[in-house]
Design a protein around this ligand. Structure first.
Ligand SMILES: [Ca+2]
Ligand SMILES: [Ca+2]
Ligand SMILES: [Ca+2]
Ligand SMILES: [Ca+2]
Length: 548
C-alpha cells in the first residue's frame, strides 16, 4: 500500500468510522508481534527448520490416539466436518463411544500441536508438522472414559497399515501403584515396535510429579505405564516461555497439595524454558531404567480448541484455540518434530524407511542439557536437574536443529537393520576435526518385549564403547571418571559425550554383549565437528597412509 501508514489502537467498532475519513484507503489488523504456539517452536528450533530445511510434514502420516477430534466446528449436523486447522488432512476412526467427536477437548488440542496448520489464526497458531496427514484414533467413550483395546498393538497395527510411522499417545495409567512398572500395555508397545521397527511410538510420561515429602524437590518414580515401555520415546514436560495468557499463577497456588515447598511452590509455570514443569513425571523406573527419554515444552501451550467442548483448559484464547498444560502437550510437540525428522530422512537423505531407533537416537542425541534447571546449582537439595541424562529431563529438551543440522559440525549415523548377535560387533572410525564442539554418540535399539514382573526388562544388551586417539576408552552411560569402568545392562539407550574431544581418529564400537533374542537391529548417531563415520576398513587404511 502506498502512502502514509498509521498504526492505530482503537476498539473494533470505531474502525467503521475511520473508514469514512477522507483519504483512508485501506485498514487491516496489525499482525501481532507476539509469538503464539511459536513459543514452543522457537524453544526447540523448529521454527528455523521449517524455513531453512523446508520441513513441514508433507508426505508423512502421523497417528494420534486420544479423546476425539473436533468434528463439528462449522455445523454439528454434517458428518466429517472438522476444525479448519485439520481440514482435508485427517482420517478419523472411532474406537469407543457413539462417535469420534471431541466433547472432552484433549484430543483436539493434542492434534493441533502435532499438525494443526493455523487456518483459524492466519497461520500463527500452528503445530510442528503442519502439512502432514493425520490418522486419528478416537478412544474415549460417551462417559469421558478412555477405552483402549485390551491389546494395544491393535491400535498400532491399524495405524501402521494406514501408513503412519509416528504414533503419539498422551494418556496412561493413573494408578500410583503402577508408577514405574512394566505392564501388559508396556509389553504391547514394545511388541509393536519390535514387529514394526520403522514406527516410532511416543508416550507422555505422565503428570504425577509431586513433592509429597515437602523437601522442595520433585519426588522420583512417577512415570505412568505404558510410558514405561523400553523402546517408546517417553516425553516429559519442560517449561514454556510465556508471561501472559493461560495460567500465570504459581505452582503452589495452582496445586498446593502437590507443591507445598519452596522453591517450587513460588515458581511460575512458564517463566523459564530451562526449567522442568513441576508436574512432569520423573524416573527412574522400577528396574532402574532412565525415563523420561526427553522433555519438550508443556506449559501454557496454545493449540486448537474443540467446538464440542466447554473446557477452557489452562485458559481461554478465543473460539478456536485455548491454553493447556501437561506432558500431554509435550508429547505431541515431540511427535510433530519426529515427523519432521522422518521427512528429513526420507526427502533430504533419501532413506525410504528410517528405523524408529534411528529417530529416537537422533532426537536424544540432539537434546539440550537443561542442567541445573531453574532453581540454580548451588543447593543440591533443591537443584532441579542433575545433568544429562537424569531422571527429570532424561537426555534433555528436544531440539530439531541440533538433531539433524547443527550450526557447528555434522550429524553422522548408522541405521543397522540386519542386527548383531552375542559376541558380534560393529566398529566405525571417524575423525574429530576440531575440539570446539562437543562429541556426542547415542546408541538406541528397539528391544525385544520384556517379561511382566521381571526385575529387569532389558532383553538384548548392546554396549557402546568409544576410543580416543590416545586409547582412552569411554563406555556408554558411564558419566563419571574414569569413563570406562561401568557397563550399562538395563537401558536400551546408551550415550557418550566428550566436551572437548582431541582432534584425530576415534573409533566407536557397538558390541553384542548378550543377545538372547537376536539378531538385534540398532541405530548409532554421532555429532560433533567430525568426519562421517566410516567402516572399520579405514582402520587399515590408516596403516598405509599417513592421514594425521
Ligand atoms: Ca520431594
Ligand atoms: Ca518456572
Ligand atoms: Ca548395555
Ligand atoms: Ca565411571
Amino acid at each position: 500500500v502506498s502512502g502514509t501508514r498509521y498504526l492505530v489502537n482503537t476498539p473494533e467498532l470505531d474502525l467503521v468510522d475511520l473508514l469514512k475519513v477522507d483519504g483512508v484507503k485501506w485498514i487491516e489488523p496489525r499482525s501481532p508481534m507476539e509469538l503464539f504456539n511459536n513459543v514452543a517452536d522457537s524453544i526447540i528450533d523448529v521454527d528455523t527448520a521449517w524455513d531453512s530445511l523446508g520441513l513441514d510434514g508433507t508426505g508423512q502420516v502421523v497417528a494420534i490416539s486420544d479423546s476425539g477430534l473436533d468434528t463439528g466446528v462449522d455445523d454439528h449436523n454434517i458428518t466429517g466436518d472438522i476444525h479448519h486447522d485439520f481440514d482435508n488432512r485427517a482420517t478419523i476412526v472411532n474406537w469407543a463411544g457413539s462417535s469420534p467427536d471431541d466433547e472432552h477437548g484433549h484430543g483436539t488440542h493434542v492434534a493441533g500441536s502435532v499438525a494443526g496448520n493455523g487456518a483459524r489464526s492466519s497461520g500463527n497458531i500452528k503445530g510442528m508438522a503442519y502439512n502432514s496427514s493425520i490418522y486419528f484414533q478416537a478412544i474415549m467413550d460417551n462417559f469421558g472414559q478412555l477405552q483402549t483395546p485390551s491389546n494395544l498393538s491393535q491400535l498400532f497395527t491399524q495405524s501402521y497399515n494406514a501408513g503412519a510411522r509416528v504414533h503419539t499417545n498422551s494418556w496412561g495409567s493413573q494408578l500410583s501403584s503402577l508408577f514405574g512398572a512394566y505392564t501388559t500395555d508396556s509389553y504391547d508397545v514394545d511388541w509393536s515396535m519390535w514387529y514394526h521397527p520403522d514406527m516410532l511410538i511416543l508416550f507422555a510420561a505422565g503428570n504425577d510429579g509431586m513433592d509429597a515429602n515437602s523437601d522442595g524437590r520433585i519426588d522420583s518414580n512417577s512415570v505412568s505405564p505404558p510410558a514405561t515401555a523400553k523402546s517408546t520415546l517417553t516425553v516429559g514436560a519442560s517449561e514454556n516461555l510465556r508471561s501472559s495468557g493461560g495460567f500465570q499463577g504459581t505452582w503452589g497456588s495452582g496445586w498446593p497439595a502437590d507443591f507445598p515447598a519452596s522453591p517450587i511452590s513460588g515458581d511460575r509455570p512458564s517463566n523459564n524454558s530451562n526449567g522442568i514443569a513441576a508436574f512432569s513425571s520423573r524416573g527412574p523406573l522400577d528396574d532402574g531404567r532412565i525415563k523420561p527419554d526427553v522433555v519438550a515444552p508443556g506449559t501454557n501451550i496454545l493449540s486448537t480448541k474443540s467446538s464440542q467442548s466447554s473446557s477452557t483448559g489452562w485458559g481461554s484464547y478465543n473460539s478456536y484455540y485455548l491454553y493447556n498444560g501437561g506432558t500431554s502437550m509435550a508429547a505431541p510437540i515431540t511427535a510433530g518434530m519426529a515427523v519432521l525428522i522422518r521427512q528429513f530422512y526420507n526427502g533430504t537423505l533419501g532413506m525410504s524407511s528410517p528405523s524408529a531407533a534411528l529417530m529416537k537416537a537422533t532426537i536424544i542425541n540432539g537434546a539440550t542439557d537443561l542442567y541445573p534447571g531453574q532453581y540454580g546449582a548451588s543447593s543440591p537439595t533443591t537443584r532441579e536437574i542433575d545433568g544429562r541424562p537424569d531422571m527429570n529431563q532424561g537426555w534433555g529438551r528436544i531440539n530439531l536443529k541440533d538433531s539433524v543440522d547443527p550450526d557447528s559440525g555434522i550429524v553422522s549415523f548408522v541405521d543397522n537393520s540386519t542386527g548383531i548377535s552375542t559376541g558380534e560387533n560393529l566398529a566405525r572410525m571417524f575423525r574429530v576435526l576440531s575440539s570446539d564442539t562437543e562429541l556426542r554418540l547415542t546408541l538406541a535399539w528397539s528391544d525385544y518385549p520384556g517379561s511382566l514382573f521381571a526385575g529387569k526388562q532389558l532383553i538384548n544388551d548392546l554396549d557402546l564403547i568409544l576410543y580416543a586417539p590416545n586409547g582412552t576408552a569411554y563406555r556408554g552411560n558411564d558419566f563419571s571418571y574414569p569413563f570406562d569402568d561401568s557397563t550399562d545392562s538395563i537401558n536400551p539407550v546408551e550415550g557418550i559425550a566428550v566436551k572437548s574431544p582431541s582432534p584425530g581418529w576415534w573409533k566407536v564400537k557397538v558390541e553384542g554383549s548378550n543377545i538372547p533374542r537376536g539378531p538385534q537391529h540398532f541405530a548409532l548417531v554421532a555429532s560433533g565437528n567430525i568426519s562421517e563415520m566410516m567402516s572399520n576398513m579405514m582402520l587399515f587404511d590408516r596403516r598405509f597412509y599417513s592421514i594425521d
